[in-house]
Design a protein around this ligand. Sequence first.
Ligand code: C2E
Ligand code: MG
Ligand code: MG
Length: 584
Amino acid sequence: MNAEAERLHSLTQLEILGTPASESFDRITRLASKIFNLPIAAVSLTDSDRQWFKSRVGVEHWSIPREKAPCSQVAETCGVVIIEDFLADPFYSDSLLAKAGIRFYAGAPLVTRDGFGLGAMCVLGMTPRRIHREELTALRDLAATVMAQIELQHAFGRIDPISELPNRTQFIEDLSDLARDQTPGQRRTAVLVDLIAVDQMNHVVRVMGQAVVDDMVKTAGRLFRHLIGPQQKAYHVGATQLAALTPDGMDEIACSNFLTAQAERLRKLGGPHALGSTVVGIAPFPLGGLPPIDILRIAQGAALDARSMNKSFEIYSQALDTASQRSFILLRDFEAALKNPVELRLVYQPRIDLATGRCVGAEALMRWTHPTLGSISPGEFIPLIERIALATPATAWVLETAISQIARWRNHGIDFVVSVNISSTNLHETDFASRVSQILVRHGVEPEWLELEVTETAVMTDAAQALVQLSKLRAAGIRLAIDDFGTGYSSLAYLQRLPVHVVKIDRAFMMGLDVDPRQLSLVTMMVSMAKHLGYRVVAEGVETQQALKLLRTTGCDEAQGYHFARPMAADELVRWVGRDPIAL
Ligand code: C2E
Ligand code: MG
Ligand code: MG
């Protein structure tokens, strides 16, 4: 990730953008306005292309464009910015703020512990002004207070109030971050300590009260932190369960050696009431290879196994079961596949215009032939690589390959719009639209020949960000489609705000079209609503003549599916299209 992407990531992680106004921030903003005796003050966060106000006094808007906003400079440099007079400033004199009559600005940076600038605590005035040293100190103090508030709110819900350790939510979040930031497929080990058996705990609660168990967990948390050392983070992941990740390089064998050496301390971890009943589960896993929640689950499973076998710890070996072994191999090998032209290729599935029966476009779909595992479906490897940092180079490869194919077809006078599937990760890359445009220019392809498909779910994971990226792509002249429509939780009313041209109805809706009349009504309604909102509608997964016949009654514009053709190689598609139009 580049520095700006990392900065944006740390801002997103805090989950503050778009949250409602809160008195704890407004109090600070009011104070700032009062101290400076200025009409405008704000807590302003620097998003990819806007300044968003968590709190503001004297401004109506919730956000302004980032371009030439001094708060953006504060965030980028992590330094104070003072503009004594906008009109005398060569850079800011023609900014939006200057045009709105602002003459003075002072902003102190909001900096995270990791050194990322999130935005500014700022004050603004309508007349030129200077700033005194004490005022500057006050502004910095206010910025620090805002930061403390942001971090406090973030920690809320992530720290267990009894043990004061980060909780299960934090454990899962940290595992996801690790999968994204480190080498995919790298082996790591999770350790889960279960202090006391459930029935034993219930007994203690009944006889001595909950406070005794709370004390036990608190003390155990402290001892556990000592045991694993200051470099490792300890978590409190279940009522009487603690967890940690081993240091990089400590595999399950080294981990069990360590635990054997610490057997005596381990035995006493739960204090007198749990004496001897503490067990440990060890779960080795490949980074990015398993969803974090599963890693926790297999570590818990291993601890249970240890308890039932009267052992003090157990390594979950079976859990590196076939599925995760396979994920591990796929993750490890995908990067190499991107560089090896014989492993990856694109196939194209035609899209048929239902009015004319002609092929008007094709969807590019990835195919991977793994050297030992053979053909791997994108349905399997795409979700895997999307969990780690490989979706970016994968999309880059697909775009490069598909666009060079469009160029070749256009040179032979073949006009198809080619659609390419992109990942939700791509919507978070601030330079995505410009990179796509560069590839088009390099191959001399006009943007209207490319369509990008993004799933409804990918859009909904961060709708605000998706809107920004999709708008940029649309402005660049690229066609956009919502894929797998109807499978997520959004509504057409919501999607209406997105600048897309095409809605692709998921193939699940085509199944049973010919047996269930309600299914047909549903599809008819979806098509008619989407068309009313101005979209071109494509049905995916049309498998039979009967489904096609019914589909045509709904007014759907285009269809795609095995009934017409399976995905095929580029030259095969040319031959296929050369045939007569499909009889409808
Ligand atoms: P999708 O984008 O919805 O693509 C349509 C999938 O439905 C394709 O599966 C296609 O082969 C399959 N299909 C087409 N017609 C029919 C039919 O009549 N019946 C049935 N049962 N299936 C049909 P495929 O190629 O296995 O791709 C699966 C998914 O993987 C795609 O769903 C897409 O989400 C993802 N994918 C494929 N290639 C790429 C890629 O290059 N990049 C990204 N990010 N995702 C990709
Ligand atoms: Mg698709
Ligand atoms: Mg689809």
